[in-house]
Design a protein around this ligand. Structure first.
Ligand code: NCD
Length: 305
């Protein structure tokens, strides 16, 4: 039995197989519509979500399976003080696979240790978000045509943004990847990622605090929201929240084939006028999230067509 807690729980080959399966699901969805008949997915969400939870549920429904779960800690027994370890031992008897989102880093890993069904991390605090990364990789592969030889700008809250942390871990496994990290000083990527991941593997990156001058260099621009819920005080959030706003004027500085990705939800960091730009692919990206989750569920359940 396999759990997916970090993006590195999947080898490059396993990841490639999931992306290929997802592409086949896009091309021929009917082939897969009964494959999870009689199976149940539990969505255990202790933190707000729109895309991740609903795309997991849509994915299981597209495969002919059923879903059960809760969408906030308040509506679960966590509010009575139940531990994640106890909850997962019980859910293991109700479902065949589960997706868990939790505000505490490491909670899905603890769950995996007590679980007898596959656990998928659907976001743990400021740590990892492997299924968003699968979504991002499918988007890049489909729309850019490659996962190597890319200069990737990551912009916004690089300190608390788990999507960026997982994306970096996954992308450095491909050839010739370079990062330009664009953030205010206070929201730079954590030291452990720099030391243990980027420096340890000699990955080229630079850190800047202005977006405009680097725009012409980018193949991809991955925008992120400032993660209000992870700030210790509201003043800091208010001071930093509008540090970067991507607008049409800044898009003029970018290459014709640069793509703008965003895991969503967007707050102010991308002006809505950018939505009309063909290089803005974040809504398409959200759609791909359903297919990679279908492919992941099928793979973890060991099902084949
Ligand atoms: C992200 C998350 O939850 O980390 N959302 C998502 O899953 N698409 C990004 C965010 O909340 O900013």
């Amino acid at each position: 039995m396999k759990h997916v807690i970090s993006p590195l729980d999947l080898t490059v080959q396993e990841l490639e197989d999931i992306l290929t399966l997802a592409e086949d699901m896009i091309a021929a969805p009917d082939k897969y519509k009964e494959i999870c008949h009689g199976k149940k997915l539990a969505t255990l969400f202790y933190e707000p979500s729109t895309r991740t939870r609903l795309s997991f549920e849509a994915a299981m429904m597209n495969l002919g399976g059923n879903v059960l779960g809760f969408s906030s800690a308040d509506s679960s027994s966590a509010s009575k003080g139940e531990s994640v370890a106890d909850t997962i031992r019980v859910i293991s008897g109700y479902a065949d696979i589960c997706a868990m989102r939790h505000p505490k880093e490491g909670a899905p890993l603890v769950a995996a240790q007590y679980s007898s069904i596959p656990v998928i991390n659907a976001g743990d605090g400021g740590h990892n978000h492997p299924t968003q990364t699968l979504t991002d990789l499918l988007t890049i592969k489909k729309l850019k045509g490659r996962l190597d030889n890319l200069t990737i700008g990551v912009c916004g809250d690089l300190k608390f943004g788990r999507t960026v942390h997982s994306l970096i871990r996954a992308m450095i496994r491909y050839e010739n990847i370079r990062f330009i990290m664009i953030s205010p000083e206070e929201l730079r990527i954590p030291d452990y990622l720099k030391k243990e991941v980027l420096d340890a593997q000699n990955i080229p990156y630079n850190e800047v605090s202005v977006l405009e001058p680097v725009m012409p260099e980018l193949d991809l621009l991955y925008m992120t929201r400032v993660q209000r819920e992870r700030f210790f005080n509201e003043e800091d959030y208010i001071r930093l929240k509008d540090s970067f706003i991507l607008d049409s004027k800044k898009m003029k500085l970018a290459r014709e084939d640069m793509l703008v990705l965003h895991p969503l939800p967007r707050v102010n960091e991308i002006s809505t006028e950018v939505d009309e730009d063909p290089r803005a692919v974040y809504f398409e990206q959200a759609k791909y999230g359903v297919y990679v989750r279908m492919a992941l569920i099928m793979t973890l359940l060991g099902l084949e067509v």
